[in-house]
Write a protein that binds this ligand. Structure first.
Ligand code: IFM
Length: 457
């Protein structure tokens, strides 16, 4: 089964640079709950969760981790970890219930209180401005297919920066434009549940365009020292076999994922091969690529595992399809293979591909889903997560020794939370959440991460 190393103590880990940033991450929709409180408007995920059969076991995020009410307790948990930064996201519909117009003061107040609470405990707030919870009113007007949504996003960013920019010094525009476009708009397993297939390109383009426009807004209104980046998922595309068809399928996946979502940012152009792939780029307007390719202070990388892929049978609507990962890899609760060396390989490749323009990197997500449960003594022991994190940190260190400039690492996630269409069963947290009582129980991995951070000082 597993080829991963046995768990060792944090002290066995290679040392990271003194100023290396340690953090934990969450997102608004996955933890906050309170969906109808204080003037919050409906998002595409509220609507999606109401549709029968969309979410495993009929779960929804109405309460989630009740973080909206318990944020002080959660910040105390973050502070006890000893991390330097907390990545969270700002729910757009708390600020603009319909995605446009005057801000809702109560929504802004919530994030302002959260920021103050973090700063009071020496933790640097690192908000993500869009983590998939688009206002439903904007979706009704076409969502990310509509170019106007990019403009609406910049208005929202301006409002948030105006309120928090005096205290927030690191910003992330988007989370995973690949997943939001493909899961939400190509295969329809995430909100808004569309199946646009090759017609989804405008979604990709407007997400990336809105990123560039948001960077411009932040730069124009915030101090020069403000750090601005984006969090993109990266998963090496691996062929199911050495057959030429499967190798070509892996090349296509790499094109659609890493290259389509990175090259506009880093090179100011889409890969030429997209046109040959039959994707119409008529959504691109002159000047858009220059807007997208704003200089970044960091590129956030979310890494979980490589994606295995194979050629689809002749006559299929799309030429590639997912393949089973090789049997030697242990899997997480979500069935994802555990391949730490994929992280090293991906980072080295990234540096090689974009040597001239790659900004410093931050690992903005990494972690594993388990079905953790308290034992008879109420303890939540998760040695497999400890080993996962340890092996990925060793893999990260290897890439850094190979010359990749990585400045920080955020564990996904602080808390067990609402894992989108998979509901509550997969648990990613360093802290266990008992949903009926909302009791938080730090797991073994939480203590391990705390020791690791302390040992680096
Ligand atoms: O929970 C998600 C998160 O919202 C985005 N990145 C991947 C995580 C695990 O699936």
């Amino acid at each position: 089964m597993t080829q991963n190393s046995a768990a060792t103590t944090p002290l066995d880990l290679p040392r990271f640079p003194k100023d290396f940033l340690w953090g934990v991450a969450t997102s608004a929709y996955q933890i906050e709950g309170a969906l109808t409180e204080d003037g919050r408007g409906q998002s595409i995920w509220d609507r999606f969760c109401q549709e029968p059969g969309r979410i495993a076991r009929g779960d929804n995020a109405a309460v989630a981790c009740d973080h909206y009410h318990r944020y002080r307790e959660d910040v105390a948990l973050i502070a006890d970890l000893g991390v330097g930064a907390y990545r969270f996201s700002i729910g757009w519909t708390r600020i603009q219930p319909n995605g446009c117009g005057a801000p809702n003061p109560k929504g802004l107040d919530f994030y302002s209180r959260l920021v103050d609470e973090l700063l009071a405990r020496g933790i640097r707030p690192t908000p993500t401005l869009f983590h998939w919870d688009l206002p439903q009113a904007l979706q009704d007007a076409g969502g990310w297919r509509n170019r106007d949504t990019a403009k609406r996003f910049t208005d929202f960013v301006q409002i948030v920066a105006g309120r928090l920019g005096d205290r927030v010094t690191r910003w992330i525009t988007h989370n995973e434009t690949f997943e939001h476009s493909i899961l939400g708009h190509v295969v329809g397993t995430h909100a808004p549940g569309l199946r646009l297939w090759t017609d989804a390109f405008p979604v990709v383009h407007h997400l990336l365009l809105s990123h560039g426009m948001a960077v411009q807004v932040l730069r124009a209104s915030l101090p020069r020292s403000t750090q601005i980046g984006i969090a993109q998922s990266m998963a090496p595309a691996r062929p199911a076999s050495e057959r030429p068809q499967d190798r070509s399928a892996a090349g296509m996946l790499d094109l659609l994922h890493a290259r389509q979502h990175c090259e506009p940012l880093l090179l100011g152009r889409y890969p030429d091969e997209l046109a040959a792939f039959g994707i119409s780029q008529s959504a691109i307007v002159d000047g858009d690529l220059a807007t997208i390719a704003q200089p970044l202070d960091f590129l956030g990388i979310n890494y979980y595992n490589p994606h295995y892929v194979q050629a689809a049978p002749p006559g299929s609507p799309v030429p590639l399809m997912p393949a089973e990962p090789p049997a030697q890899y242990e899997r997480t609760e979500l069935g994802w293979p555990i391949v730490p060396q994929g992280l090293t390989q991906m980072l080295l490749e990234l540096r090689e591909r974009y040597a001239e323009t790659l900004p410093p990197l931050i690992i903005t997500e990494n972690g594993m889903a388990l079905a953790d449960a308290p034992d008879a003594d109420g303890r939540v022991d998760d040695p497999r997560r400890v080993r996962y994190l340890q092996d990925h940190l060793l893999a990260l260190r290897k890439a850094m020794e190979g010359g990749v400039d990585v400045r920080g690492y955020f564990v996904w996630s602080l808390l067990d939370n609402f894992e989108w269409a998979d509901g509550y069963r997969p648990r990613f947290g360093l802290v266990h959440v008992d949903y009926p009582t909302q009791r938080r129980t730090p797991k073994t991995s939480y203590r391990w991460y705390r020791e690791l951070i302390a040992a680096q000082q």
